[in-house]
Design a protein around this ligand. Structure first.
Ligand SMILES: [Zn+2]
Length: 157
């Protein structure tokens, strides 16, 4: 597994391993490029860390990649961009900050494979049980619009 020099794997309270920045990043920077070990799988064989690209198309990793350690937060600092195949900062990131994205901005229905989980992000806007985009109310879905993948944008309309 290739780990960029500006991030490290660390133990995050309540979350297990996570990705922590070692440098300052500005809003809009590419934080990770998804160019290694990209494996496309249907939901039936996709791993728990796979990212949903479309209805039954998931970006999985073979072997494990650093992107697999991106944890969820309800107040994320990166978003996933499948057109540019990477994740991009949506606000400034400081050294020591955990790098997170909101799983409900890529995953439509985590409950379908029993992958819903309790969030421990501790943010004021924490959604509690993370079940996927499908399970959010319309108002919340609309609020997430700037972060959504093309697939979830289609689900919104
Ligand atoms: Zn949360």
């Amino acid at each position: 597994m290739k780990i960029p020099t500006y991030v490290k794997l660390a133990n995050i309270p309540n979350k297990g391993k996570g990705l922590v920045s070692k440098k300052h990043m500005k809003k809009g920077e590419m934080v990770l490029k998804f160019d290694q070990g990209v494996t496309i799988r249907p939901n039936s064989t996709a791993s728990i860390t796979a990212l949903q690209i479309d209805e039954d198309t998931f970006l999985d990793s073979e072997p494990t990649q650093i992107r697999d350690f991106l944890n969820h937060s309800c107040m994320p600092n990166v978003r996933i961009d499948f057109d540019k195949m990477g994740c991009f900062s949506i606000r400034a990131i400081k050294p020591g900050d955990e790098i997170t994205f909101s799983y409900v901005t890529t995953e439509y229905d985590l409950a379908i494979k029993n992958e819903a989980f309790q969030c421990f992000c501790g943010e004021k806007n924490c959604i509690g049980i993370v079940k996927g985009f499908k399970h959010l109310n319309k108002e919340h879905q609309i609020k997430l619009k700037p972060l959504l993948t093309p697939y979830l944008l289609r689900k919104l309309h």
